[in-house]
Design a protein around this ligand. Structure first.
Ligand SMILES: Nc1ncnc2c1ncn2[C@@H]1O[C@H](COP(=O)(O)OP(=O)(O)OP(=O)(O)O)[C@@H](O)[C@H]1O
Ligand SMILES: [Mg+2]
Length: 361
């Protein structure tokens, strides 16, 4: 076993018959024991990437390496990779343990050894008493666990999961997210999960590859993606953000000062790195939680009109109008007094120390 990445995609392209482009030069390294998510909206190429890793699809060009061995020409069953499909793809005519044993039988494992492994897998996913159950009698969450057990029982080096939780309701989904993460850490298996749900990706992944139109926009850990998005696309896709046009004024000890453009012209100070000349036009990405309530007349404060209020549990999300600019503002509920209501004026400013990523204008 080499010490490099477990899996490496090198300039993988996929053009489907008829000319539709599935993937546009994807290069990606996945470390051993890593939980990596492929995140992006419908049609961006997540499933295609997974199918190429699994061997169900051939790249038009580019190579796939596992342990630095070129596996591009290998058939799916010749790869130490297993897939949990979006619809689970369980065999309806088999019971739970027959489903789980199927892959072992294919690999020539039989008798006591097979039984032992099936039992272990069922315990791992918390279904030890469901061995004899028919697939049709299971709930969505239980089916998902059986699909996981079936994929894990063959001890793949790499487990691929295509939207494995999308059919589950919100509470079961959160529970299964924790289960998936726990299982992955316990087994030390490398997981690549496809999801279009950013909250899910942010909460369980070690790293996330944000995909857009067949290419990777940014690959990073959740906090880096959230705090330092590399492009407007990522800034807009991960969480809620205000993308505002501004001009770099000057550097001061407290940070970098910007004049926001449009008919709304407050000056904001951001603590961030910037290699640009004063006068440069840029886009600032400001998170709703970085905009806070200020006392009227406070330095660098600005005022707007609350046009809507949404209840978010621990906070309220306000839409505040400043001229023609709409601004999302998250306000902790204990800071929302009686005067926070639709139509009211509100004085705002940037949280001290807020780091607003700067993107090309
Ligand atoms: N077999 C195919 N033939 C032609 N085009 C295809 C084929 N499979 C995928 N595509 C196209 O490739 C692009 C990427 O598809 P893919 O299924 O990878 O998207 P995805 O990110 O998984 O989307 P979703 O979230 O909807 O599952 C899409 O434009 C799709 O129409
Ligand atoms: Mg898909």
């Amino acid at each position: 076993m080499s010490t490099g990445p477990l899996l490496r995609l090198d300039s993988v392209n996929k053009v489907f018959p008829g000319g539709s482009v599935g993937l546009d030069s994807i290069s990606l390294s996945i470390e051993r024991g890593e939980f990596l998510s492929l995140l992006g909206s419908s049609g961006c190429g997540k499933t295609t990437t997974l199918r190429i890793i699994a061997g169900f699809e051939m790249p038009t060009s580019g190579r796939v390496f596992l342990d630095e061995r070129d596996i591009t020409p290998l058939r799916p069953f010749d790869r130490p990779v297993n897939t949990v499909f979006q619809d689970y793809a369980l065999f309806p005519n088999m019971n739970v343990q027959e489903n789980i044993a199927f892959g072992l039988t294919l690999r020539g494992i039989s008798g006591r050894e097979r039984l032992r492994k099936v039992k272990e897998a069922l315990e791992l996913v918390g279904l030890p008493d469901k061995a004899e159950a028919r697939v049709g009698s299971l709930s969505g969450g239980q089916r998902q666990r059986v699909a996981l057990a079936r994929a894990l029982v063959c001890e793949p080096q790499l487990l691929l999961l295509d939207e494995p939780l999308s059919a589950l309701d919100a509470s079961l989904r959160e529970h299964m997210q924790n289960e998936l993460k726990r299982l992955q850490k316990e087994l030390g298996t490398t997981f690549v999960m496809v999801t279009h749900d950013q909250t899910e990706a942010l909460s369980i992944s070690d790293r996330i590859a944000v995909m857009n139109k067949g290419h990777i926009e940014q690959i990073a850990d959740p906090a880096t993606l959230y705090d330092r998005p590399a492009s407007r696309f990522v800034a807009g896709f991960i969480g809620t953000t205000n993308l505002l046009s501004g001009v770099y004024l000057q550097r001061e000890t407290s940070g970098i000062r910007f004049q926001l453009t449009g008919d709304w012209r407050p000056v904001v100070t951001a603590s961030t790195e910037l290699a640009a000349m004063p006068g440069t036009a840029l886009t600032l990405a400001i998170r709703p939680e970085d905009i806070i309530r200020m006392k009227p007349g406070a330095p660098d404060s600005f005022s707007g009109t609350i046009s809507s209020i949404a209840f978010h549990g621990h906070s309220l999300r306000l839409l505040v109008k400043l001229g023609n600019t709409d601004l999302w503002v998250d306000m902790p509920r204990d800071r929302a007094d009686m005067d926070v209501r639709e139509g009211a004026m509100i004085e705002l400013g940037l949280r001290p120390g807020a780091c607003c990523p700067l993107l090309a204008a």
